[in-house]
Design a protein around this ligand. Structure first.
Ligand SMILES: [Zn+2]
Length: 105
């Protein structure tokens, strides 16, 4: 079970976008490493050649970064926090915030 999901708000811990925040757009595996794509983070600009159907130009695109470089921002206390999993009485696992103790964040 992976701690970070699509639509989570995260903060970047290292690299050129350090301390920036964004929303997770995608989570996937690459060579057994978890990668995340975060809106507004690790942007690259690509020059697109004009074709019959498009006018070309410069396109910005987010590249995936290593999931270990981001930390979830708790939706309850709004602080970057480590995440733990709590088991509910019905056996269901939910995410919980280390800082404020909220579950289902
Ligand atoms: Zn919290």
């Amino acid at each position: 079970m992976f701690k970070i999901k699509k639509k989570d708000k995260v903060i970047v811990l290292s690299g050129k976008d350090k301390n920036k925040t964004g929303n997770v757009m995608d989570v996937f595996f690459d060579n057994n490493k978890r990668k995340v794509v975060v809106s507004g983070i690790n942007i690259v600009k690509k020059h697109i050649k004009p074709t019959k159907n498009t006018s070309g130009g410069i396109v910005s695109k987010e590249l995936a970064i290593d999931a270990s470089n981001v930390m979830l921002i708790c939706s309850k206390c709004n602080q970057p926090s480590r995440i733990k999993f709590d088991k509910l009485s019905d056996g269901k696992k939910v995410r919980a915030c280390y800082k404020c103790g909220s579950i289902n964040i």
